[in-house]
Design a protein around this ligand. Structure first.
Ligand SMILES: CCCCCCCCCCCCCCCCCCCCCCC/C=C/C(=O)SCCNC(=O)CCNC(=O)[C@H](O)C(C)(C)COP(=O)(O)OP(=O)(O)OC[C@H]1O[C@@H](n2cnc3c(N)ncnc32)[C@H](O)[C@@H]1OP(=O)(O)O
Ligand SMILES: Cc1cc2nc3c(=O)[nH]c(=O)nc-3n(C[C@H](O)[C@H](O)[C@H](O)COP(=O)(O)OP(=O)(O)OC[C@H]3O[C@@H](n4cnc5c(N)ncnc54)[C@H](O)[C@@H]3O)c2cc1C
Length: 667
């Protein structure tokens, strides 16, 4: 019996207890696979336990009933408490532990440190020279200053080459003059910029002697360190409420000829000398590294968002009884319906797949930064850029779909904010937009694909990176019964065909006289399809690799069931390509469907434990429906009673309007 299953079974909803008893594996062992190591999985539990011993970190009132201002204040209060306990709770500067702490205590609605930890500090690490790190990094890490990442403008987010904020070098004073020349040049959207941050990394067009050098990162003090008042020459504020994430003060920022010293241009990779001469970086896009950093985390973060929604939906589905199967004396758990399983289990499989990809891309980014910072080796940048561009797009899209299905799987109660799924959805789908709008990023991935196809066509397959090697694979007939490798082969053929077709279309338009840009736009839908297939192939292969490497037999068996479900679900989902190209027959299609349905049955007894294994605390989940103990109904009633509307029997609106209206109607 596992760590979680040992706890509080007696007082739990008996339906959930029964689910936990049927599990065929240990949830602690599964957590080790999810979180990448036994050590970190154990640290997570320790941190969760320590948090539960700090009364000031327990939830006060539900976030759903708070105004934006209250949410921001509450997040700040929690950060202040955390700050006092920081060193007892986590190893200082351990990013994964900090993230866990943050997810547990503050949750997902945002807070003043969200961008400080995820982009401000990472930009200083990757872009600031040693001397600059000496000056700012320590202060940032000690949280003496709060920073954010100010890049997007009112008029431009996707197209960085057209950012309008200028940083004009003045050799006579050795300063940069930051300026916002138009309304569309206002920085707009940066998280924690509006009211919390007193520093920012500002991406601005570097101008020297009337020549533009494109966007470069500058560290800029925005507010007085004592009074927190904006410095003269700076206009800054909050952009207003959003679809979700309202505990964060996404902001606007304008500069009126605001001067900063020359040393505030982050100069690890490029330099402006006192006389204004410019030293180029070793790679033109090295200044974009903070975006790659966040993108490399997104498969993990989005996987965890979807996991939260699924913990809620799966637990609730095991508690919710509605309708009958054979036995008419007792209603069934809705989790026993095949449609419910089909709605939820493929997303469970995707969660695991995304997280495995995230474990890999987070490491790839760390290696890249070491290579660049220590050895000046930028050779890994292009591959990581194309991989993370495709991955963030595919993962965010499916995460949004999966969370929405989880909501619907909870019926009416899923629509209540008591489920917390709407907030998870709102935060997760922001990922389709931030760090590069999904279509834009799919097209970045397509650039690499087209180049690879062109290499094959030009007779240089040896120049392909390992991820593109499948583009040279010949067509073969595949026997699906032989296992995962057969599915990979079919997927490779489908992805390869689409990559060649999209490239062929691009070339056809060019041969007919279109410029490459116009031909590209005329082929863009086909190109994005190729990128998606290419990325889904990577996800599928990563899932297989990880499952193969597991040593615990029962964990491996449970994940093999999930992997089989994933393979069949994915192949069915792209079946139209395979049928159109004669890659698969309709008999094979029937085989896949049957495999899929039997996977659902195999997974059913493990469903709750597969989600319990994420070991999210109730504090983190913030969901009445997803409670570990499964006592949903009485707590929904308590939750509703705590609504501000229920604090008086007769609302002023009734006295002021409804009563007089009804009285008038009587006349
Ligand atoms: C006291 C206690 C404290 C406790 C605190 C606890 C701490 C916890 C931490 C908290 C964390 C919380 C997190 C969890 C949960 C919260 C969830 C919500 C979080 C929300 C965060 C949101 C953050 C969002 C930030 C942003 O959005 S920042 C802005 C992002 N913007 C973009 O992404 C813009 C997209 N556009 C681009 O990137 C570029 O314009 C472009 C790549 C599309 C094109 O660029 P460009 O025009 O310059 O280039 P070309 O298209 O011409 O391409 C030329 C070639 O260059 C290659 N290229 C492009 N980019 C790169 C690259 N990066 N690397 C390598 N190569 C690159 C192209 O591929 C081209 O190559 P080719 O010519 O060979 O084809
Ligand atoms: C919650 C949230 C947090 C954010 N945090 C930050 C932050 O901390 N710092 C920061 O600097 N920014 C931040 N942003 C801004 C974010 O990075 C941008 O919104 C994002 O990069 C998209 O850019 P855009 O808004 O200009 O979209 P647009 O580019 O205007 O997109 C609109 C439409 O145009 C399409 N489109 C645009 N260009 C092309 C193209 N070349 N080819 C095909 N289609 C195209 C898109 O696909 C989309 O459908 C945040 C945004 C959100 C929602």
């Amino acid at each position: 019996m596992s760590f979680l299953n040992k706890e509080i079974c007696d007082g739990d909803n008996p339906d959930l207890t029964e689910e936990r008893r049927t599990a065929t594996f240990d949830t602690d062992r599964m957590a080790q696979v999810i979180y990448g190591s036994e050590k970190f999985a154990a640290r997570r539990r320790q941190i969760t336990k320590s948090i539960s011993r700090i009364p000031a970190l327990q939830d006060t009132k539900p976030l759903a009933f708070m105004t934006r201002e209250e949410k921001i204040t509450e997040a700040c209060r929690e950060l202040d408490v955390l700050s006092d306990h920081w060193e007892q709770l986590i190893y200082v500067n351990d990013e994964e532990e900090a993230l866990h702490l943050h997810r547990e205590v503050i949750g997902m609605e945002g807070h003043p440190f969200a961008l400080h930890e995820t982009m401000f500090i990472p930009t200083l690490v990757s872009q600031a020279s040693d001397e600059q790190q000496e000056k700012w990094l320590g202060r940032a890490r000690k949280r003496e200053i709060i920073g954010c990442y100010a890049q997007t403008e009112l008029g431009h987010g996707s197209n960085l080459r057209k950012l309008e904020t200028t940083a004009t070098y003045s050799p006579s004073t050795q300063e940069f003059i930051l300026h916002t020349p138009t309304i569309t040049a206002l920085k707009w959207w940066p998280g924690a910029l509006g009211k919390s941050s007193n520093y920012a990394i500002v991406m601005a067009d570097l101008v020297i002697k009337n020549k533009s050098y494109g966007p470069h990162p500058f560290i800029v003090q925005l507010r007085d360190e004592k009074t927190h008042q904006p410095l003269p020459g700076i206009t800054v504020g909050d952009i207003g409420p959003k679809m979700a994430f309202n505990g964060a003060d996404n902001g606007f920022l304008g500069f009126d000829h605001f001067r900063i010293p020359r040393g505030n241009l982050l100069m690890r990779h490029n330099r402006v000398e006192p006389d204004g001469s410019y030293l180029k970086p070793p790679h033109a896009k090295i200044g974009y590294s903070s975006m790659v950093k966040v993108r490399s985390r997104m498969a993990m973060d989005q996987g965890l968002f979807m996991a939260q929604a699924l913990v809620i939906a799966v637990r609730y589905s095991a508690v919710r009884r509605q309708g009958f199967l054979e036995d008419k004396s007792q209603e069934v758990k809705v989790l026993d319906y095949q449609t419910q399983q089909h709605r939820l289990f493929p997303s469970i499989a995707r969660v695991y797949a995304f997280i495995f990809c995230g474990l890999e891309t987070i490491q790839l980014y760390e290696k890249l930064i070491l290579d660049v910072n220590k050895n000046g080796d930028t050779s890994g940048m292009a591959d990581l850029h194309s991989l993370t561009s495709g991955l963030k797009s595919v993962v965010t899209h499916f995460t949004g779909q999966g969370i929405e299905q989880a909501r619907m799987a909870c019926g009416g109660h899923g629509y209540s904010m008591a489920s917390y799924i709407s907030e998870i959805y709102g935060v997760a789908v922001a990922g389709c937009t931030y760090e590069g709008e999904n279509m834009v990023m799919l097209l970045q991935c397509a650039r690499a694909l087209v180049k690879a196809v062109e290499l094959v066509e030009e007779g240089h397959p040896e120049k392909l990176s390992p991820m593109m090697a499948y583009l040279t694979k010949p067509s073969v007939t595949v026997d699906l019964t032989v296992g995962p490798e057969a599915y990979v082969k079919i997927f490779q053929l489908i992805a390869k065909k689409q990559a060649f077709k999209a490239t062929e279309q691009l070339h056809k338009f060019m041969v007919a006289g279109d410029s490459r840009d116009v031909a590209w736009n005329k082929s863009a839908v086909e190109l994005t399809k190729a990128s998606r297939l290419h990325t889904r192939l990577y996800i599928l292969k990563t899932f297989i690799r990880r499952v193969e490497s597991i040593t615990d037999i029962s964990v491996k068996a449970a994940l093999t069931d999930l992997l089989n479900l994933h393979l069949n679900y994915e192949l069915l989902d792209v079946a139209s390509y395979a049928l159109a190209d004669g890659i698969m027959s309709s008999t094979q299609m029937d085989f896949i469907k049957n495999q899929l349905y039997s996977s659902l049955e195999k997974i059913r007894p493990n469903a709750v434990s597969l989600m319990d294994s994420f070991q999210f605390s109730d504090l983190q989940l913030r969901s009445v429906l997803g409670r570990r103990d499964g006592h949903v109904y009485q707590n929904l009633f308590e939750w509703a009673k705590s609504s501000p509307l229920n604090q008086s029997e007769v609302l002023p609106s009734v006295t002021q309007y409804l009563k007089p209206m009804m009285e008038k109607s009587k006349l």
